[in-house]
Design a protein around this ligand. Structure first.
Ligand code: ADP
Length: 767
């Protein structure tokens, strides 16, 4: 609207100026009509050829020699005729070119106005026009005035046109404009002065102007083409360079788009990658570079273009197509869209919105965009492939890094080429210490019979059966023996490396130890089970053969021995059963147990089989019940009393004290035996653990292990305090159960051959 108003104002001004000039100026020497026709034709040709320094799709300004031809026309024909000829010539030329009516009107008005101004200046400065130096100066001044009018009118119209389309001129266009205006003005000045000079020499010589116009047109086009070609080349080169130097999608594409935008002088550049789940958009605009890709659900324009075209094409906003409609919705006026295609599939679209820039570029731009689109496709394929390789590599590294198995590889010359975290954990040697060295030997690898294994020479040994053993014994960095079960794979030589031996090693130290323990256990148990049987059998035989000849004491000794051995056997079997139940996870810890009655009965039972021993039981002042299975409590206390009896001299008493301690009930069993060294005090609670110094006593190493497992399952624990040489105290601590009258368990009375005495200090002495 504003633009139309402005053109109207210029037209009105031109009409007013023309009238004023017609009324006030005169021509001293009217020219030959043929010369005027020639100048008119020259002016029309100049406008028609549009010798442009920069221009793109209606934007920018045309610079031509119009001033250079119009000035002689004004000089030769005078104001009114010159304006008439100019108006007709320019009107015809614009109409022939197919320029828009508004543009034609503006052109004609603008030049009429400029011509009127020039005529006025000329008339004032050189009214006589007698061919002297004054004429030349007056002509130069008239031309400058013309240029001034022209530039002002043109700049205003340009600014209005751009404002109307919501665009900003690019810097390069602006710069180019200034430079080209200076050149064009210079050329026009020379042309004008030369033509007037030629005319003054001989009027028909003015025809030389055609040479100027045509020559400048050719030179201008050649120059524009050369510039466009170098710009094209530069754009192509810098854009492809940014793809070639990057393998990362997120880094490569934004810098590529930046280069494309720069090269094409586009306002916005966008790369849309289409996928079933949505679209990923990389964008660079004159405002910002989108560093991160933007994920959108849909990109209607890209989808439409991908379904319509297979080669780059230009579209204009609002043009009669659905693409033109969608483009208008993006607030862009034009776009070059290039589908990214590979194997008949469109991966996405490259968009160059609102391209500006120099003339000549547009002739080859589609081909360049096509080349760039292909580059992007190649880049995407490369990046995807690389991503896939990288993902696989990462996955493999994760697997190797996180597996508990040890994996290492060793080259043909014995150099260790890889060493995973699992192996580092097993051996105590980190990858940094060992990779790149030939020091596998520092692990002192041996086979199961203790022979050294020269792993570095695997290429010689691999074919000899057993030379690289499956079970490998090594020494860890802390000096511990580690057993590895190994499998070997020979990887044939690749392009850049020789044969490699890959070894997968599993730490079987514990399994082997368990195996050994099991063997020991079977040996111990079979021995332990047999040991009590010998006296039982012996005494039973004696009673059978000579029972009638034995006196009462002898018989009692025999029966007591059988009883005591049978109790040992029972205890042993119960321990083994309990151990296997614990191992199998079958635990049943229900109910409430009365610690006092259980302990008293155990003491009685022990004394009945070992009447030679003395056990001092100190019961608590209050009833003591614990939460848990009575059988477990019995097993635990029984193990502690049995050990105290077993590991302390016959003449030494054993003290058993039951007490309430806060929320717990404690049972302490104190002996005066050999005691337990501090460093062994935790170890004795391990499975099958037996101390060397007590080996002459029979045992399985299961009692304390079971006691602790049971105590902990019940929410308590068992600990030991001991002074080697003075004796040991085992303390069983179990959580107390709230006492209710109905739940008090009365100890079952058993007939014993020793009376249970009670004295004042509440100590029950059984002996
Ligand atoms: P076992 O008595 O059948 O060998 P235990 O698990 O009950 O198995 O005991 C483990 C080891 O702890 C015993 O072999 C012994 O070396 C040591 N030990 C247990 N109780 C005592 C004690 N009262 N005095 C000294 N050593 C003991």
């Amino acid at each position: 609207m504003l633009l139309k108003l402005y053109v109207g104002v210029v037209a009105a001004l031109a009409a007013a100026a023309a009238t004023a000039v017609a009324m006030s100026t005169h021509v001293p020497h009217p020219a030959h009509p043929g010369v005027l026709v020639m100048l008119g034709a020259m002016l029309g040709l100049t406008e028609f050829l549009q010798v442009r320094q920069y221009h793109y799709r209606g934007h920018g300004a045309s610079h031509n020699l119009i001033e250079g031809v119009l000035a002689p026309l004004v000089f030769v024909a005078g104001g009114p005729e010159a304006m008439l000829i100019a108006a007709v010539a320019l009107g015809v030329a614009d109409a022939t070119r197919g320029a828009a009516p508004l543009k034609t009107l503006f052109n004609v008005s603008q030049w009429t106005l400029a011509a009127a101004a020039a005529a006025g200046v000329l008339d004032v400065l050189s009214p006589a026009r007698n061919g002297g130096a004054v004429d030349i100066l007056a002509l130069a001044a008239a031309m400058l005035t013309m240029s001034l009018v022209n530039h002002v009118a043109l700049d205003i119209v340009l600014a209005l046109a751009m404002r109307e389309q919501g665009e900003r001129p690019s810097r390069s266009v602006a710069l180019n404009g200034v430079v080209s205006r200076l050149i064009a003005n210079g050329a026009s000045l020379i042309t004008g002065l030369t033509l007037v000079g030629a005319y003054l020499w001989s009027p028909w010589l003015i025809a030389v102007g055609f040479v100027f116009v045509i020559g400048l047109d050719a030179a201008g086009r050649a120059h524009a083409n050369v510039r466009a070609d170098s710009m094209r080349l530069e754009a192509l080169q810098s854009a492809t360079h940014s793809l070639a130097t990057s393998l990362d999608l997120h880094e490569g594409l934004p810098s590529f788009l930046q280069e494309v935008r720069r090269g094409f002088e586009a306002h916005d550049v966008e790369l849309v990658l289409l996928a079933e789940s949505g679209a990923t958009v990389y964008a660079v605009s004159d405002i910002a570079v989108l560093g991160e890709a933007l994920c959108v659900d849909r990109h209607p324009l890209a989808e439409l273009i991908a379904s319509r075209i297979v080669e780059p094409a230009r579209f204009v906003a609002g043009e009669d197509s659905d693409i033109g409609g969608l483009l208008a919705a993006t607030r862009h006026s034009s776009v070059i869209a290039a589908p990214l295609r590979t194997g008949g599939v469109t991966l996405g679209v490259l968009f160059l919105y609102d391209r500006m820039g120099i003339e000549g570029f547009e002739r080859g731009e589609l081909q360049i965009v096509d080349a760039l689109a292909r580059e992007v496709v190649g880049f995407l394929e490369r990046a995807t492939l690389l991503q896939a390789i990288d993902d696989e590599r990462r996955k493999l590294a994760d697997i190797i890094g996180n597996t508990s198995d040890g994996i290492f590889s060793i080259a043909a010359d014995g150099t260790i080429t890889s060493w995973n975290a699992g192996l580092a954990a097993m051996t105590g040697y980190a990858a940094e210490e060992i990779v790149g060295t030939r020091h596998f030997g520092m692990l002192r690898p041996r086979d199961s019979v203790g022979r050294d294994v020269l792993m570095e020479r695997w290429t010689d040994l691999l074919d000899t059966p057993g030379a690289v053993p499956t079970d490998l014994q090594i020494m860890s960095s802390s000096g511990e023996t580690v057993w590895l079960s190994c499998s070997y794979s020979r990887i044939p030589a690749g392009a850049s490396s020789g044969d490699v031996l890959v070894v997968v090693a599993r730490n079987v130290t514990q399994a082997r130890e368990l195996e050994r323990l099991k063997d020991d256990f079977v040996a111990v148990v079979s021995h332990e089970l047999r040991t009590p049987l010998v006296p039982i059998k012996g005494w039973a035989q004696t009673l059978l053969n000579r029972g009638d000849r034995l006196n009462d004491d002898q018989r009692r000794t025999a029966v007591q021995s059988i009883l005591s051995q049978a109790q040992k056997l029972e205890s042993l079997v119960l321990n083994i059963l309990e151990a296997s139940r614990i191992e199998a996870g079958r635990v049943d810890n229900e109910g409430v147990a009365d610690v006092v009655s259980i302990t008293a009965r155990l003491v009685e039972d022990t004394l009945s089989s070992r009447p030679d021993r003395q056990i001092r039981l100190r019961p608590p002042a209050v009833p003591c019940q614990v939460k848990g299975s009575a059988i477990w409590v019995e097993r635990s206390v029984s193990n502690l009393i049995a050990n105290a009896i077993k590991y302390s001299p016959d003449e030494e008493p054993v003290d058993v004290v039951i007490a309430a301690d806060g929320d717990d009930v404690t049972v302490s069993v104190t002996d005066r035996g050999p005691g337990i060294a501090t460093e062994a005090q935790e170890r004795i609670f391990d499975r099958f653990e037996r101390l060397e110094e007590t080996r002459k006593q029979t045992g399985t190493g299961l009692g304390l292990y079971i006691t602790r497992r049971l105590a902990r399952t019940m929410g308590g624990d068992v600990t030991v305090s001991s002074v080697p040489g003075a004796g040991s105290t085992f303390l069983l601590r179990l959580p107390m159960a709230p006492v209710s009258a109905s739940s008090v368990v009365v100890p079952e009375q058993r007939p014993t051959d020793k009376a249970v005495g009670q004295n004042g200090d509440n100590v029950v002495r059984l002996h």
